[in-house]
Design a binder for this molecule. Sequence first.
Ligand SMILES: [Zn+2]
Ligand SMILES: [Zn+2]
Length: 361
Amino acid sequence: MVLSAGDSVVDMTAQTMIVPAYAAPSAKAPLERTTIERRAVGASDVLIDVKYAGICHSDIHQARDGWGEGIFPMVPGHEIAGVVAAVGADVTKFKVGDRVGVGCMVDSCRECENCRAGLEQYCAKGNIQTYNALDKNGEPTYGGYSKHIVVDEAFTLRIPDGLALDVAAPLLCAGITTYSPLAHWNAGPGKKVAVVGLGGLGHMAVKIAHAMGAEVTVLSQSLRKKDDGLRLGADHYYATSDDATFEQLAGSLDLIVSTVSAPLPLDKYLGLLKTDGAFVNVGAPEEPVSLNLFSLILGRRSLAGSGIGGIQETQEMLDFCAEHGLGAEIEVIRAEQINEAYERVLASDVRYRFVIDADTI
Ligand SMILES: [Zn+2]
Ligand SMILES: [Zn+2]
C-alpha cells in the first residue's frame, strides 16, 4: 500500500519511507534541502505530518559540532508540532487527525528505575534523542526539520485544542525545560523566583512561573528587554551588569533558574538566595565552573541542574500551558531561512523563538 502524505512517499509495506528534510551535510556546513529515509510505521508508531518545528540553540550547537562528534547528515529539530497522518496497528492513544508534539527524546529503555518513575529524560541507559542519535536498530534519528516523522506513541504528546501548533512547538523543549524545575522546586504563590536570561528558554520560564503564581524577577545583562519581560509576566527586572542589583536582592530569592550558557559568577548569584534556596541550571557553559562552597554552606543553599522533563510531565506542561493560554513568542520562517535564522539566534536577534513552517520544507 502506498500512502501519499504531502511530498513524502510512504510505502507501508516497505522498510522505509523517503521524506523531504533540511539537513546539515557535515559539521558547520549550511543546512540544505534533501531527502531522508525514515522507518515504516511500526505497530506502536504514529506517522506525524510535521506542521511546525522550533529552532533551539542546541540545534545550532549540534549541527556545528559544538558538543562533540555529531552524526551527519544531521536533521535537527526537537520542538515538533503536527498532526497524526497514520497509526500502527497497536496504537491506542492517537488517531489520524490528532494534534501532537514531539520533544527532545523519542525513546528510552523503559525498564530502569528512572523510566519506571516517569523520568525518561534521566534513563540509566540514556534516552534516545530525537536527532543526532542512534535508535534501537542502530539507525540515525532525524529531527523535526522534515515533512514527516515516525515516533512511538509512548513518546508522542497530545497538543490540547486551546494551543495553536506554531506557538506550541517551542514548548516541547523550551517549555518543558523550564516547567520541570519550576514545578520540582515548587514555584507558586508566596515564592520569589528569578529567571536568569530572557531568551528562548527564559521567556518561557517567566510566563510559566508567573502563571504558577510566583513573584517573578528577571536577571538580565542589561535592561534592553525590560518592557518585554514585564509584559511576559515578570514583576521585577534587574540588570546583572549593575553591582547594585546583587546588593539590593541579597538573600531575597527562593529559586533561581539560570537559562544562560555563559559562565556566571556563581558565588554572587548564590548570595541572592534565601536560606534553603536553590540555584538551578538548565543552561550550561562548555567549560567547568568553580565556586566557593561557603556560598552553599552559609544558608543551606542548593546548586542544582535540570534537564527537559519526562513524558508524563511534558503532557502536564502542555495541558498547563493550554489552560493558562501560554504559548511561545515566535517568529515563523520559511525553511530556506534556517541558516539566516541560525546567525540571528547566535546574535540574540530573535524574540524569542524561530519556528519553521514545515509546509515550506
Ligand atoms: Zn532544545
Ligand atoms: Zn531507562
